[in-house]
Design a protein around this ligand. Structure first.
Ligand SMILES: [Zn+2]
Length: 103
């Protein structure tokens, strides 16, 4: 069960890393002079930046969750030490805290 989840997480991390590298490609390309809208371009950069930091945060959460699986404390709230409910883990498999502590 945990192994399956772990490979799901690993899979997701790879997906996110691919996304980040295609964001970097977007940054590198699309800089031709025809694209005159400077403002629009900057806005686009902001969107890409936001997407990249979101992806990085998710990677961080997922790799933390994998570490917790390896240490045998996956599903344990990192704040109060209680078990994180199954339902919560289904919705948010990388959750670090129980519902009470997350709020
Ligand atoms: Zn808690």
């Amino acid at each position: 069960m945990t192994e399956q989840l772990k490979s799901q997480f690993t899979q997701r991390i790879i997906e996110l890393q691919n996304r980040i590298s295609s964001i970097h490609k977007d940054f590198a390309g699309g800089r031709d002079a025809d694209w005159a809208e400077q403002a629009g371009e900057r806005e686009n950069d902001e969107v890409l930046n936001a997407l990249e930091s979101e992806a990085k945060i998710e990677i961080q959460h997922l790799s933390n969750a994998i570490t917790r699986m390896e240490n045998g404390n996956y599903g344990i709230c990192q704040a109060c030490g209680d078990e994180i409910g199954q339902q919560r883990l289904q919705v948010q498999p990388a959750a670090e805290k129980c519902i009470q502590c997350a709020e």
